[in-house]
Design a protein around this ligand. Sequence first.
Ligand code: A3P
Length: 335
Amino acid sequence: MADFVASFPEDIRRKAEEVREFMKTRVLRPQVWKNVKGVPVYSMETAKYAYENWTPRKGDVFVVTYPKCGTNWVREIVKQIYFIRDQKSMDIMNERSNNPLLAAQEIFDQGPPAKFIVADYFPCPRIFCTHLPEELMNFKKIEEMEAKVIYVYRNPKDMAVSYFHFLQNTPYASELEHLRPKDFEGFVRQLIKGEKWDSTPEGEWYPYHIKGWLQHKDENCIKFVAYEDLKKDFQGVARELSKFLGVERTDDELSKIGQNCSFGQMKRKNVNTFLGKINMFRKGDVGDWKNYFTEALSNEMENKLKVEMEGIDITFQYEVNNEKVHRSEKLDCKL
Ligand code: A3P
């Protein structure tokens, strides 16, 4: 990585240094843009800069999710699909979790706006992740430049459990401590009332996010992927993703990618990284919500979803047949 950055022109190396310094502070203050309440840790100023001034390139991929729906998993899958035959690029990408500059590159709206000037010195294809809603990403440019979007969704009950735990581990500045949820029921009620800082406007939550992106479901440059489908049939979904990305991968390669992206492998590889330390790889299951939701709370969420998702072409999978679930990750996890 150091060699790689050393190849940048002098002024870009200075900008890269600026980004690195900025990322060390990991500013967590929440920001609003066009009424959307941004997730703390991401920067609306940076998102706005990108919308107005930056153009993606052919091959770039945006992994777009509502929080806790499988962003890091799918980013890893895309990385493996692209670079399984290119160990040098894979090694650079693997440094991401411990390298503030690379982390700033990969998380679309994190870091200062200057990161986009540096981004243009990174080789393509580049993989960006974001929780931004549709209206804050310049979809027209993505389409025109033949970049791609992978939208990952997950059943909202498991998402809520994952989100609750994640917010317990988020390294908040002390003045943001009030954003840390105290009890699960209270958290879910706030979530479904649209009171969280979650990349949607006040009063909105997950359905708003999905519906925004679903407007593009018939475009060739976007693919929708369910977290639960990856659990049920990893290889099948990975094959579809390879085709979508325009990359041919053999069955052996897809099987290797399955091993490299298993929950156990990812957890183990990240033990000492920032992601590992905030317990990003917590459980990785479908149906954990049954351990947290009372029947009443579950009904409350479902009733709200019934109204908000009416006529929407998405089916949430609240459980999957255990027999069929890809379990190798459990077996190879020696933690
Ligand atoms: P849990 O908290 O339910 O375990 P995101 O990356 O969008 O923040 O999503 C995090 C969720 O994805 C966490 O869910 C995490 O464990 C799960 N996840 C990450 N890697 C995974 C993998 N390889 N297999 C299955 N789930 C994974």
